[in-house]
Write a protein that binds this ligand. Structure first.
Ligand SMILES: [Mn+2]
Length: 432
């Protein structure tokens, strides 16, 4: 685990520091989106021991974070929603969370929690009593909790339903004069694409409240939307699918003389998602392409610093290897995995996507008297994706736990594969 100052986040010592009476210097931890109980999605790992390690990554990330919070002697901990991914399957996940918060309780570190859309009060109805150091904010309106010795006021409100669609920012209480004011909000701030628009607001709305720090949750990507006042998404602790690539963690916030002095990002993920793109066009042989794959995985393995890595390998470019790659998708995936693991033993390939083009392709190729390109151009990709999706849904229902998903943006690559397979078979006289 690493803790490092965020680039550009150091505020610099102001020439006119505001002294707030007996204001104390302190550090707090801001995290969000633990999504405990969430599976890591899309891994087609046949090795069960490896799959189990991926499955445990989310919990391990949170345990490490609590260890770091204690080591950093934080004054308090903020958890800005989505502790749980949804209703519990069993009590183990709730017991785990309570156990970790009890570690903070024994160190007399207060914890403040709001519920988000995934763990809204009416979504996760199971509960295990949490230790006395924990304050959970109510659902009806934003409330304020003061930590008098630190002169800190924390304002927060929890989700009652999964779909809270009102802008709550203007309903938050006025700042407490002479205090360091923090707002906790699970929100789709400034309309982030790819994230459901819950409790939407703008950063201007938040700045207008007059607080010193906004501890946001919901968006899984680390982002500082504003400084002084700081508006921060810490991101989630552990990436859960190929849509959540790169380092994941939380933020330590150093407060000095009533001002944010520094943000330090702590990286907690135990498994890293990455996309590796290899241009196949310069490589004339399968062996040369595999060497290029090995080289492309070097930086990914290096950045992961010994963590598990699940990478999507995407091959692009025009190559004479195109048809053989498509025809031997599974075989190349195995050889590519071996090449990737030359760099680090814990690198795994989540999925191999062959987005190459046939170098020899001139268009309008003839297949038993049929213009193949004209034929494939007539296919309704949207309808095809829908139908394939239904078939896969049926497969999923018959094979418990299998993770199958089809994304619309995969349709063109699938069509290219279908085309190459047809031509490959035709070349071997298998076409009917
Ligand atoms: Mn959320």
């Amino acid at each position: 685990m690493t803790i490092a100052p965020c680039a550009g986040a150091r505020s610099g010592r102001s020439s006119r520091l505001v002294h707030l009476g007996e204001a104390m210097d302190f550090t707090f931890l801001h995290c969000a989106d633990l999504h405990l109980g969430s599976p890591l999605l899309g891994l087609s790992l046949k090795d069960e021991a490896i799959a189990r390690r991926f499955a445990q990554a989310g919990r391990a990330a949170f345990s490490d974070l609590i260890t770091a919070a204690i080591a950093q002697r934080v004054a308090f901990v903020l958890i800005a929603g989505d502790v749980y991914d949804g209703e519990w399957k069993d009590t183990a996940i709730g017991l785990f969370f309570a156990r970790e918060l009890s570690r903070l309780h024994r160190e007399a570190i207060p914890v403040f929690i709001i519920h988000g859309n995934h763990d809204a009060k009416n979504v996760v109805t199971s509960a295990i009593p949490l230790p006395d150091n924990v304050t959970t904010f109510p659902v009806k309106r934003a409330r304020t909790h003061k930590i008098e010795p630190l002169r800190v006021a924390i304002h927060g409100r929890s989700f009652l339903e999964r779909e809270e669609t009102e802008n709550w920012a203007p309903t938050y209480p006025a700042p407490v004069a002479g205090f360091f004011n923090i707002g906790m909000l699970h929100t789709s701030c400034d309309g982030k694409p790819g994230h459901a628009s819950y409790a939407p607001c703008s950063s201007q709305d938040l700045v207008a409240r007059g607080y010193d720090y906004w501890a946001l949750g919901h968006v899984h990507q680390f982002e500082v939307l504003n400084e002084h006042p700081h508006i921060v998404y810490p991101g989630n602790l552990q990436g859960r699918s190929i849509r959540e690539c790169g380092p994941k963690g939380a933020v330590f916030v150093d407060v000095q003389d009533g001002r944010v002095r520094e943000l330090r990002r702590v990286i907690t993920d135990h498994a890293r998602w990455a996309e590796v793109v290899v241009d196949a066009s310069p490589h004339e042989t399968r062996e040369a392409l595999l060497r290029a794959v090995a080289r492309a995985f070097q930086p990914v393995a290096g950045e992961a610093e010994g963590r598990l890595v699940a990478a999507r390998l995407r091959l692009t470019g025009a190559t004479a290897l195109h048809r053989s790659l498509v025809a031997d998708h599974a075989g190349f995936a195995v050889d590519a995995l071996a090449a990737a693991q030359q760099n680090a033993e814990d690198v795994w390939i989540e999925k191999l996507r062959i987005d190459t083009r046939d170098l020899a392709q001139t268009g309008g190729e003839d297949l038993a008297g049929v213009d193949l390109d004209a034929l494939l151009a007539g296919v309704d990709l949207e309808a095809l994706t829908l139908r394939l999706g239904e078939d896969m849904e049926m497969l999923r229902s018959k094979s418990s736990g299998a993770s199958l998903a089809l994304e619309m943006d995969e349709a063109p690559a699938l069509m290219a594969q279908a085309r190459a397979l047809l031509l490959e078979r035709a070349a071997h006289g298998e076409a009917r």
